[in-house]
Design a binder for this molecule. Structure first.
Ligand code: S3P
Length: 457
């Protein structure tokens, strides 16, 4: 069988997660992907030299760095994770000569559409097969209200897209139709160059890294509660953005993999260091604690404007994880963690119902379908009811033995590899290469804790 091309056009490389003995030791996952993208973008829009420590050197973030260079930024890698970004500053971006190619990176593409939309330049955006399938209208429509124009687009508002920005974006008030930090951030970045105020209202609060970082760089931005779970964010246009030092904490969405691996692999005891615990990213921790997981947060501190902690994890035994009902209102604080939660739920006692997952259908893959298919080929009973996923736990036992289709989705790949560490039979994923988009050190980090992987013959 010929391997299909992966995200970078290379042949796919399958990998197996193998039954492992107790995981032990300490690890530090790479820098947070969301914060990494934003540090490069704000560094590009600021005056002066921004120093970044702990930048995630994954393909997604490197694509954003390349796009920033195409818009005129001088970006230098000084040592592992230590990068500097110099200008050109808000209002002074250059017209890019080549396509901005974001590979697999939805966040990079969408946030940069906001940046381009608020400048008098025209840029062509493109990405890999996964990114070309993802909806962009949700970004293009509000950017059009600010004054940007879509000159070309593929079917249904998809990449490749040619976007013409404007020199004076209109001040608008916009209510996001779904909880999405990407929509919110694109609008705020677009509104930076406006002469007036940009207001974004979200009825479910999404991750707030853009607002926090804008504040640190000197913008006037106010975030107020709105309704029961929402926020209203007001940004004053034309701030003087000043370069800053950004320390990128460890990514909770990557920490989720060793965390769940230790919970389901009997006898494990690990520490995950320096993980961001921003409440808008902590839904997985809340859910796992409700399931009875043995997790303790220690050494809580502030690191570069974000809350962080060291996470101590011990196997509960997996026989003690219990199924729970995860409310829809929690979805935005754990949107990227459902694939790995599904792996944990497969080992739990009883049923886990995850509610309100419609947004999972438009991630790097249709994650709802990919999770369900992956569970089924590994002997786990599950069902999709409307936008809910129901997983029937095997009370500590999962058959495994399945071949999982990843659909170019890094989190599907990592979640099922983790499942393989504790399943009766190996779990094989059809491709591992796209793991490099968000967690290039996944395999050595996990192997350092005792996880076993093998390439199929
Ligand atoms: C992200 C926001 C989320 C998340 C993505 C990163 C961000 O997407 O799934 O991985 O950095 O803003 P949505 O805002 O579209 O939910």
């Amino acid at each position: 069988m010929e391997a299909s091309p992966n995200f970078s056009g290379l042949p796919a490389a399958p990998l197996r997660g193998r039954r492992s003995s107790a995981l032990t030791g300490r690890c530090r996952p790479p820098g947070d992907k969301s914060v990494s993208h934003r540090s490069l973008i704000l560094g590009t829009l600021a005056v002066g030299e921004t120093m970044i420590e702990g930048l995630l050197e994954g393909d997604d973030v490197l694509r954003t760095a390349q796009a920033c260079r195409q818009l005129g930024a001088r970006i230098t890698r000084r040592s592992l994770g230590a990068w500097s970004v110099a200008g050109p500053g808000l209002g002074s971006l250059l017209q890019p000569r080549e396509t901005l190619d974001f590979g697999n990176a939805g966040t990079g593409a969408r946030l940069m559409m906001g940046v381009v939309g608020g400048h008098p330049i025209t840029a062509r955006f493109d990405g890999d097969a996964s990114l070309r399938r993802r909806p962009m209208r949700r970004i293009l429509e509000p950017l059009a209200l600010q004054g940007a124009r879509v000159l070309e687009q593929a079917d249904g508002g998809r990449l490749p897209i040619v976007l013409q920005g404007c020199s004076e974006p209109l001040p608008i008030e916009y209510r996001t139709p779904v909880a999405s930090a990407q929509i919110k951030s694109a609008l705020l970045l677009g509104g930076l160059n406006s002469l007036g105020r940009t207001v974004v209202i979200e009825t479910e609060a999404s991750r707030d890294h853009t607002e926090k970082m804008l504040l640190r760089f000197g913008a006037r931005v106010v975030s107020e509660p709105f309704g029961e779970h929402g926020r209203k964010i007001t940004l004053e246009g034309r701030p003087e953005l000043r370069a800053d030092v950004v320390r990128v904490p460890a990514d909770p969405s990557s920490a989720a993999f060793p965390l769940v691996a230790a919970l389901i692999t009997p006898g494990s005891e690990i520490v995950i260091e320096g993980v961001m615990t921003n409440p808008l990213r902590s839904g997985l921790l809340t859910t796992l604690l409700e399931m009875g997981a043995n997790i303790t947060l220690a050494n809580r501190r502030d690191d570069g404007g974000e809350e962080v902690a060291d996470i101590y994890v011990r196997t509960s035994g997996s026989d003690r994880l219990v199924g729970v009902d995860v409310p829809a209102a929690r979805a935005s604080s754990m949107i990227d963690e459902y694939p790995i939660l599904a792996a944990a739920a497969a080992f739990a006692h009883g049923e886990t119902r995850m509610r309100g997952l419609s947004e999972l259908r438009v991630k790097e893959s249709d994650r709802l379908a990919a999770i369900a298919a992956g569970l089924r080929v590994n002997g786990v009973d599950c069902a999709i009811e409307g936008d809910d996923l129901i997983v029937c736990g095997g009370a500590g036992k999962v058959a495994g033995g399945g071949f999982v289709k990843t659909h170019l989705d890094h989190r599907i790949a990592m979640s099922f590899l983790v499942m393989g560490l504790a399943a009766e039979q190996d779990v094989t994923v059809d491709d591992q290469t796209m793991i490099a988009t968000s967690f290039p050190t996944f395999r050595p980090l996990m192997e350092g804790l005792g996880a076993r992987f093998a390439s199929p013959p």
